[in-house]
Design a protein around this ligand. Sequence first.
Ligand code: GRF
Length: 190
Amino acid sequence: MASGNGSNFEALVEAGARQLLPAQVVSLVVNNPGCGASQRAERLGIGVTCLNHRSFASRDSLDGALVDHFQAIGVDLVVMAGWMRIVTSRLIRAYPERLVNIHPSLLPSFRGVDAIGQALAAGVRLSGCTAHLVSEEVDAGRILAQAAVPVVPGDNHATLARRIQAQEHRILPLAVGLAAERLGLLHSQP
Ligand code: GRF
């Protein structure tokens, strides 16, 4: 699931292709037609489904359509790789322990929107990213993987975001592998 640029989505696809992640990305859902993630999926040959939130009456009905889609194609795990919508219990309960999110802070610090702006405003010298399971409380589910990065003098939103994203691309595939392992989804080759 992605809403914007899609660099984390591409990192997952690449990790699968290079067998750094024992899983394959089989489908991308976007909510913004033509977004960067959708363009990346077309280039990478991954099927894209657009569920535009503007066409749904509520968060719950959008999440119902997401669940229908994922059940129809039979996915084992769902990754929110830059999904800029709050999700409801409709999706969370359909994929317990199977819904992974990437957040640009060292949780539990700086939950919610604009975590990078929050970190800059707080003047912290260390920030980072967290891959975690999604629970009903926003940005509060079990932590799967984290990476720390320094905040250096002169940093702005763009420079810090770039440093954090480089780490996101590394830990998100790791976290998906860990989530799959916890669920017993990984089988050794015969
Ligand atoms: C990432 O920084 C992630 O932490 C946040 O949204 C951003 C998505 O970036 N949830 P991209 O679309 O994967 O490039």
